[in-house]
Write a protein that binds this ligand. Structure first.
Ligand code: ATP
Length: 270
């Protein structure tokens, strides 16, 4: 097999290779007294061929981390690499091309074009980029996601789960080095959500992709290989081979600590 995705063993980073890396990643919003430090000198390695989940309380910096790793947001300090390419410091045009060629995105709102068929939606980013899809790969993605019988349907003729699968296929179609999924099950009922998580899992296991998923849901995180826990803009813990129960316990412990800190700070202020 000659495809890049097939060159590394599915489901794990064969040689510890890195899909994305950040060092000292800092992101501040605003200035002066109203500055919010969304990311506070984060060091992180996202392994190739693995499914990484990012969890943490609301406002802990999950989306900001994902946006900075994906080059969707500028950083205040620190460095970010996608594979071997340092993306901090790239010009907008270079960044746009790199994102288009090497990253797939799945967001909570599927962003499908209502007037296009599922097939057209899946290949749209490549059509815009003037790239021809690799038909063998595309067939594999479509079959893996169970979309073969739905290709001529428009989004309004598909269920929520099917629409999210189309969004998943679109993210996979160009065989990106890394897929970022922001709450990909957030708008779905539990059955459709499970389906999508299963497909992301297969994208890693069967197609050798690398996935980073932001989620609030311990059950969703349990589908990943590794959970990174964010708190107040820092990575505060990590869990390999997570289970939903273990993740839930970790989140609860986190809330207790936050509760205590909150009490302390209130006491100090008073
Ligand atoms: N554009 C912005 N301008 C100002 N502050 C922002 C902006 N985007 C995010 N923030 C702040 O940065 C911090 C981190 O936000 P972020 O959206 O990354 O958190 P999150 O963990 O993804 O939260 P949630 O789970 O609620 O989506 C928060 O305090 C948030 O208010």
């Amino acid at each position: 097999m000659s495809t890049p995705a097939a060159e590394h063993a599915p489901g794990r980073a064969r040689d510890g290779s890195i899909a994305a890396r950040a060092r000292g990643l800092t992101k501040a919003y605003g200035s002066g007294e109203t500055t919010v430090l969304a990311l506070d000198s984060v060091d992180v390695d996202i392994a190739r061929g693995r499914f990484t989940a990012v969890m943490g309380p609301s406002g802990s910096g999950k989306s900001t981390l994902m946006h900075c790793l994906a080059g969707l947001d500028s950083v205040s300090a620190g460095q970010v690499w996608l594979g071997d390419t340092e993306i901090t410091g790239l010009k907008d045009r270079e960044l746009t091309r790199l994102r288009r060629d090497r990253i797939g995105f799945m967001f909570q709102s599927f962003n499908l074009i209502p007037t296009l068929t599922a097939a057209e939606n899946i290949t749209l980013p490549m059509d815009i980029a003037g790239r021809r899809p690799d038909e063998t790969w595309l067939d594999q993605v479509i079959d893996t996601l169970g979309l073969r019988g739905r290709l001529t349907h428009r989004p309004s003729q598909l269920s929520g789960g099917q629409q999210q699968r189309v969004a998943c296929a679109r993210a996979l179609a160009s065989r990106p080095e890394l897929i970022f999924a922001d709450e990909p099950t957030g708008n779905l009922d539990s059955r459709a959500g499970l389906e999508v998580l299963g497909f992301l899992r297969r994208a890693v296991d069967d197609l050798g992709q690398s996935v980073v998923m932001v989620t609030h849901d311990p059950g969703a995180a349990a589908h990943s290989d590794l959970v990174l826990f964010l708190g107040d803009g820092r990575i505060v813990d990590r869990m390999e081979q997570p289970t939903a129960d273990a993740v839930l316990e970790r989140m609860k412990a986190f809330d207790v600590v936050r509760g205590r800190l909150g009490d302390d700070s209130t006491a100090q202020e008073g």
